[in-house]
Write a protein that binds this ligand. Structure first.
Ligand SMILES: *Cc1c(COP(=O)(O)O)cnc(C)c1O
Length: 468
């Protein structure tokens, strides 16, 4: 290390002295000594890092202690800013796991506000005046809608899969096709979840072809469960074969082995009439008389994070009694939101739930909205920005309809001053950040995932990004 750097390190502000300045300003009244001390350490450590990493030590000017005290107070203020914030999803990926998957509908939000602001009958039976079960609130609605005998809701679908496996096949084998040993983003891997559930994985068939006879050969005295997993986020194409769920159900009955199907993204609404690929609905799958199915609440269902378990009464009773259920249980905010999300009429679901609305909006409507936003942005006369419309494709995301390209309209933005990468980064800095995608050296806003209520965020965000 050169002499100048050593000198700088020695003259770094002393934490005690900065603390003294802050104390004199009376700032301890609003916060605690230990918070101020740890903030001082962070700021001084930042300065130390700067000295260590800067190539040329002559470039560095250490701030005075008073300035360091200001920085410490700013640092403390910044801790109070909300970290979890609303953003605009301009990516065109409708179920974006990193952006919180499904936006909640107005009814779900209203239910949360109503139920959570005060006390609720979460575990209280209003008729009998005694202890009730939190699961009963949505159970009837789910059974009504799906035709299932019984229902249980847990924290998320990963928890649902874990709970079902643990209940039905702990210490025994579960048969799964080699083509279905999938990984979903965020470290959810079927073989790992199986191991944690205490179930032994028995792979059957091959990656691209698994026949009913492969399952039959795999069945033995150790078999506790036959499991089918929806290959949510990819497709195997070409020379492929898989056993139908109907066939697996018959096989299970013959050998007295329960059959579960992890649907991933359970959907109650027929989507093929909107020009989308045909995915079996929850009701279609239950009609096969499968013993138990699991799916997420925040994928195509369009609600809060939750894992929904539907199936035969005797099996659901066993699952409900599993002590693990207590650790995976759903909370009251989620229950309230879920009740506000489940629409018994499909037409209403499509018009009320953001996910379904975005998936099914005709491209002509998306284009009309794109023109409106474009006109609004052009009014701002942004210096050096070129804005234009462009056709493209959106994606369902969230492990639903993985090969479906949904036609959409994009606003393409190029800047004279900023590279696409810098522009995309600047757009993430406003109070309501805009998450855009880059393709062919252009920053793109996909109108399919942008609601009209968000246009002003885009205008203000772009202003902020261009001015900073
Ligand atoms: C998404 C998915 C999961 C995980 O669901 P979470 O709700 O994210 O826990 C499990 N299985 C399949 C097939 C999925 O698509």
């Amino acid at each position: 290390m050169d002499g100048r750097k050593k000198e700088l390190l020695k003259s770094l502000p002393k934490i005690d002295e900065v603390m003294l300045i802050i104390e004199k300003r009376g700032a301890f009244a609003e916060t605690t000594r230990s918070i101020v001390k740890s903030a001082c350490r962070s700021v001084v450590e930042g300065l130390r890092q700067e000295i260590m990493t800067k190539k040329n030590a002559l470039d560095i000017r250490l701030p005075e202690e008073k300035q360091v005290a200001d920085q410490v107070m700013e640092f403390i203020d910044s801790l109070h800013q909300y970290r979890l914030r609303r953003v605009v999803n301009a990516t065109g990926v409708i179920l974006h796991t990193n952006l919180g998957r499904a936006p909640l509908c107005a009814e779900a939000l209203a239910r949360i506000a109503d139920v959570a602001a005060g006390y609720s009958n979460l575990e209280f039976d209003l008729e009998k005046g005694e202890r009730g079960l939190r699961y009963n609130h949505v159970q009837r609605l789910l059974c009504e809608l799906s035709g299932a005998e019984d229902a249980l809701v847990v924290n998320n679908n990963a928890a649902a899969v874990l709970l079902v496996l643990n209940t039905l096949a702990q210490g025994r084998e579960a048969l799964v096709s080699r083509g279905e040993l999938i990984e979903i983003g965020g470290e959810f891997r079927i073989p790992d979840v199986m191991e944690k559930s205490g179930t032994r994985l028995r792979e059957v068939g091959t990656t691209n072809r698994t026949r009913l006879s492969d399952y039959e050969k795999g069945i033995g005295p150790e078999t506790g469960l036959i499991m089918k997993v929806h290959t949510s986020n990819f497709r195997i194409v070409g020379f492929t074969e898989e056993a139908e769920i109907r066939e697996l159900v018959a096989l299970g009955k013959k050998h007295d082995v329960p059959v579960m199907h992890d649907l991933g993204s359970g959907c109650f609404t027929e989507l093929d009439c909107y020009g989308l690929e045909r995915e079996p609905t929850v009701c279609d799958v239950l009609e096969t008389e499968v013993d138990v199915i699991t799916f997420s609440g925040d994928k195509l269902l369009g609600g809060p994070q939750a894992g929904i378990i539907l199936g035969k009464k005797d099996i659901l009773q066993r699952i409900k009694k599993n002590p693990l259920n207590r650790a995976l249980r759903i909370d009251k905010l989620t229950l309230a939101a879920l009740e506000g999300t489940i629409y018994l009429r499909p037409g209403k679901a499509v018009s009320h739930l953001g996910v379904l609305r975005m998936l099914t909006e005709p491209v002509s409507d998306v284009s009309r909205r794109a023109k409106k936003l474009l006109a609004m942005l052009r009014k701002e006369r942004f210096e050096g920005l070129t804005l234009s419309l462009k056709k493209g494709f959106s994606m369902a995301g969230g492990g639903a309809l993985p090969t479906q390209e949904i036609p959409t309209m994009l606003i393409s933005i190029t800047s004279k001053q900023l590279s696409p990468g810098s522009l995309e980064e600047s757009l993430r800095r406003p109070d309501v950040p805009i998450i855009a995608r880059i393709s062919d050296n252009e920053v793109l806003f996909d109108l399919r995932t942008i609601a009209e209520e968000e246009y002003s965020f885009i205008r203000d965000g772009l202003k902020y990004a261009m001015s900073s």
